[in-house]
Design a protein around this ligand. Structure first.
Ligand SMILES: [Zn+2]
Ligand SMILES: [Zn+2]
Length: 348
């Protein structure tokens, strides 16, 4: 089969590799659509823990074979990949905190992923889908589940006012979930007017561009004390500081974007947190008990009802064979994009 293999930092090649045969309790999924995540680009551009590795954790397809111990009726079913493989036995798994599992694997990061014609996954990691969910929508279930999880972590309630700082794919998914869960006011910020236009189409009431607008002053003008919930979804130190500035006293902040590890924060960060008695929350992955969590099942329901718009999130489609070129362009910031779907040639 064909697969996009990360061979080294900045070296991605499409090659022929053996098609896996599903082991006991595993299934073989023929990949019909896979989406590129910012974390895939980071693994490519900044280097990764292991090589060679088939990337890809946002993907979906059809189950074509099952290993021993798996119901043969699953063959022919549509499924999306649930990438986290927790141990189910450690203290954190017992607590339902799967993303803090002491010994987990992750499809597309710690073992072969879905940028390939086929991917072998544990049967428990196949989210079985009804036939009316398209493969492309199914490939975006994972990023949607992250956004849904962010709102849980931030203890969001219907009728609250929220700000989303960053309108990349996770930010736009958060905007959609705020709309679905009936936020009274959705403010979204980004330095790209194109991203802000997408945010308005997907449910943001007000969009602000820090290149023109003073974000804390503009939010204060709109809300008085500030928003109930602010989500950092840009992965930049400036937006991280802004989340504290735009949140009302005793409001909630969720850090959802990966920050540059070499950046430093001023101690006003602590002072803002103390004076406003803010609740600061980190968010990692998208899982809750029972595995994989309601974040996933709610996404499937929202896709089926049409409330979650996945089509508007997709800016490009490319054949899987184009992956090396596409990754090089994204890493060089030469390809402005929202979600990019890779389509394996086989069966598409
Ligand atoms: Zn991802
Ligand atoms: Zn565990």
């Amino acid at each position: 089969m064909k697969a996009a293999v990360l061979e080294d930092k900045g070296v991605l090649t499409v090659q022929d590799v053996p098609t896996p045969t599903p082991k006991k309790w595993h299934v073989l999924l023929q990949v019909k659509a896979a989406s590129i995540c910012g974390s895939d680009v980071s693994r490519y551009a900044n280097g990764h823990r292991m090589y060679p590795l088939i990337l890809g954790h946002e993907c979906a397809g059809i189950i074509t074979a099952v290993g021993a111990g798996v119901d043969a009726e699953l063959v022919g079913k549509r499924a999306a990949v649930i990438p986290l493989i927790p141990c189910y036995e450690c203290e954190e798994c017992e607590r339902g905190g799967y993303s803090a599992c002491h010994s987990y694997s992750f499809i597309g990061s710690r073992q072969s992923g879905g940028f390939a014609d086929y991917v072998e996954i544990p049967a428990r990691n196949a989210l079985i889908l009804p036939d009316d969910v398209s493969f492309e929508a199914a490939a975006l279930i994972e990023p949607s589940s992250v956004a849904r999880h962010i709102l849980d972590i931030g203890d969001f309630k219907a009728g609250q006012r929220a700000a989303v700082l960053g309108a990349g794919s996770i930010g736009l998914m958060v905007v959609q979930w705020l709309r679905i869960l009936k936020a009274a006011l959705i403010i979204c910020t980004d330095i790209s007017d194109e991203n802000l236009a997408a945010a308005r189409r997907l449910g943001a009431h007000v969009t602000l561009n820090p290149k023109r607008d003073n974000i804390p002053a503009a939010v204060k003008k709109l809300t008085g004390s500030g928003v109930d919930l602010a989500v950092e979804a840009a992965g930049a130190p400036q937006t991280l500081l802004q989340t504290l500035q735009v949140t009302r006293p005793r409001g909630s902040v969720v850090f959802g974007g990966n920050q540059p590890l070499d950046a430093a924060l001023p101690m006003s960060f602590i002072e803002d947190t103390m004076r406003k008695e803010l609740r600061l929350n980190g968010c990692f992955m998208s899982y809750s008990a029972p595995f994989p969590g309601h974040e996933w099942t709610e996404t499937v329901a929202a896709v089926r009802s049409g409330e979650l718009n996945t089509e508007a999130m997709i800016s490009h489609h490319f054949p899987l064979s184009a992956a090396p070129e596409i990754f090089a362009q994204i890493a060089a910031r030469q390809l402005p994009h929202q979600k990019i779907i890779l389509l394996p040639e086989k069966g598409n």
